[in-house]
Design a protein around this ligand. Sequence first.
Ligand code: FES
Length: 234
Amino acid sequence: MTISPEAETTAPAAPPIGKLTRPDNLSTTLDVSTMVDPDGGLVDRGIFTEEAVYRQEMKRIFARSWLFLAHEDQFKRPGDFFQTFMGEDPILVSLNRKREIKAFLNSCRHRGARVCRADFGTTKNFTCTYHGWSFDLDGNLANVPNEYAYGENFDKKDWGLVEVPNVQSYKGLIFGNWDPNAIPLEEALGDLKWYLDAFIDRDPEGTTVVGGVMKWVLDGNWKLAAEQFGSSPL
Ligand code: FES
């Protein structure tokens, strides 16, 4: 997605490299259907406490859903960035020089350290504090100290940041999805758009985001927070 003025076509991300495969037995599917009784209005408490259920949710919900990242008003100048999460993945959202909004996994392609430790700001590049690899605003690996030490086959173009493949916005709200084949954002929002419109279009002059970001840390399962907004008065 782009922030006006009009941007040029985005260069394709670097192709995946390497020969790693993950064994099938690391991904088992848990049947949780008996833990919810919609007719009786009951849920097993384990849906809030069982780690296996939580891990499955990270893979089967958060890894393939549209997740809110930020608002377009947070990105005025190229290099403006904001750090957030998709599930447990730390994510950098930034505006590149073509005024395109990009989202990257905040994890260095060398040993996995974070390449940015600030919540938000403006930068020319993201530099890992471990061994100094530096990435440009398109996620490309731009500079490697002592590059000769990584061998003659080392090619910086193979080691850019992992990019969130699907980033789209709705009325200024930016969402990301790890699934490159996900249905379009507006289709996924469905009837929820009515509620968003009621909030965003309240003023004929539109909605502008000002100030910083307020955060709360809830030391509990993610569904506990969601449930507070959706529960009945009983
Ligand atoms: S972990 Fe980032 S440069 Fe080594």
